[in-house]
Design a protein around this ligand. Structure first.
Ligand code: 4GS
Length: 246
């Protein structure tokens, strides 16, 4: 991790799955602070932009030296990633691909960003967590680590859960319920209490498809449905239409 605010990472290091993964020695996060590589007495790492304009830019040298130090420490060929709104918007499929890397070097920018020469010459991939402007790359880096850690074998209780979750088949997860069976007037769908595994499986698929169609129709355009899935959806859409006509 290349960041001038390593303390921010306490929130993933000390809590939840990420903290457990560190304790289990299946995740390790190391820090290189550009300030430690500043050539200035006051440890400054930013400067005014050439050509004028508002805001400060992170200087090339401290980040360059931090990357070199990280690479020297890791010893193996390692991808350098810069988190920025200019990057490709990251999704679960990209995360799955990134999880194939044993090591990653993540650069967290601050201020108006980093000297472009870092990006063109020393960054392998630029990823964004969404179309909005944050004040630093630390939160995006933590988002990325949190997503990646779930895919490390042994990080979550059941490997199944990582793969059955929303998005892993391109559809939203089906609705979930837990005890009690009845709260006030609100009941849990009867099928889920029936113990009929085949019926339950069918219900989950149907629920998943309906939910995706209602809440995230954009996801359906990206995947190829089986004939059975298409028929479930057609039936649901017809029912939906009828109800709307009433
Ligand atoms: C994002 C983002 C971001 C951009 C960092 C302005 C400070 C800031 N990084 N996805 N400089 N969205 N970065 O907003 O990754």
């Amino acid at each position: 991790m290349i960041s001038i605010f390593p303390e921010m990472f306490a929130s993933i290091i000390n809590f939840g799955i990420t903290s457990q993964a560190i304790k289990k020695n299946i995740l390790k996060i190391n820090f290189w602070n550009p300030r430690d590589y500043s050539t200035k007495k006051n440890r400054s790492i930013d400067d005014y932009p050439y050509g004028g304009g508002v805001g400060m830019i992170m200087k090339i040298e401290p980040i360059y030296l931090a990357i070199q130090a990280a690479k020297l420490f890791i010893k193996k060929k390692t991808k350098v990633i810069y988190l920025s709104p200019q990057g490709k918007k990251i999704n679960q499929e990209n995360i799955l691909n990134l999880s194939l890397n044993e090591n990653l070097i993540l650069i967290c920018g601050r201020y108006k960003g980093i000297d472009e020469r870092i990006i063109t010459n020393y960054v392998d991939e630029e990823w964004s967590i969404g179309d909005y402007i944050l004040s630093g790359g630390e939160l995006p880096a933590m988002v990325l680590i949190d997503c990646l850690v779930r895919l490390i074998p042994g990080a979550i209780g059941k490997i199944q859960s990582a793969f059955e979750d929303s998005f892993n088949n391109g559809l939203l997860d089906h609705s979930q319920f837990t005890r009690p069976k009845k709260f006030l007037i609100h009941n849990v769908p009867k099928i889920l209490l029936s113990g009929n595994h085949l019926k339950i499986k069918q219900w989950k698929l149907k629920n998943s498809l309906e939910k995706t169609w209602k809440k995230r129709p954009d996801l359906l355009k990206k995947i190829k449905l089986t004939k059975k899935e298409r028929n479930i959806l057609i039936e649901y859409k017809n029912k939906h239409k009828k109800n709307n006509q009433k």
